[in-house]
Ligand binder design. Structure first.
Ligand SMILES: [Zn+2]
Length: 190
């Protein structure tokens, strides 16, 4: 068998919240702080530790720049504020994750980083979904203008120009595709 720090008490052997009960001793490990696990669980533990050390090295706050499609790591909230100013949450989410947003930088999203990289892919996909949605809305507006121009019997040049604009907008929509995600995740360190 393999030993890892007890998951319940994080290897401390006691849970402060329960200190009035039995001195707060952790029931899962009987206060030893150690937990016996299978080989699979042990290797998962090692993986998690590796991630945790990476986070310690790089910083636990990740800022995603939607425009540049880049991630930037910060050690503390203050480091983030120093560079980009104050941020807020108000329960808002990005790509299904609770995230923070900046007063002065609408292209940035901040997430606290717990060593799990999966949000990075989801953030990048969300950026593309947002761009597609915006472009679809623009095409709808153009089509509305075209309908109005035809109904109002506007000059043929104007109608033709709108048709060209719609074609171009539709082409751009096709270009905003998941192909962009083939670009590897770029990471900046401070
Ligand atoms: Zn324990």
């Amino acid at each position: 068998m393999y030993n890892i720090p007890c998951k319940k008490c994080s290897g401390k052997g006691a849970i402060p919240y329960f200190r009035l009960v039995n001195g707060g001793e952790c029931f899962d490990c009987n206060g030893s702080g150690v937990q016996e696990v299978s080989k699979e669980e042990y290797s998962t533990h090692l993986e998690n530790e590796k991630f945790r050390k990476q986070v310690e090295k790089k910083g636990a706050f990740v800022v995603y720049n939607k425009t540049a499609d880049e991630f930037e790591y910060f050690y503390t909230e203050n480091d983030v504020i120093k560079k980009y100013g104050s941020f807020y949450s108000f329960g808002r989410r990005y790509a299904g994750y609770s995230a923070y947003f900046f007063d002065d930088h609408p292209d940035l999203v901040l997430k606290d980083y717990y060593g799990n990289d999966s949000f990075m892919h989801d953030f990048r996909r969300q950026k593309i979904i947002d761009e597609q949605k915006k472009q679809k809305e623009w095409i709808e507006i153009l089509n509305g203008w075209l309908t109005m121009a035809i109904e109002n019997k506007k000059h043929a040049d104007e109608i033709q120009e709108l048709k060209i604009m719609i074609k171009e907008a539709e082409h751009k929509l096709q270009m905003i595709s998941y192909k962009q995600l083939k670009k590897p995740i770029t990471q900046q360190t401070n």
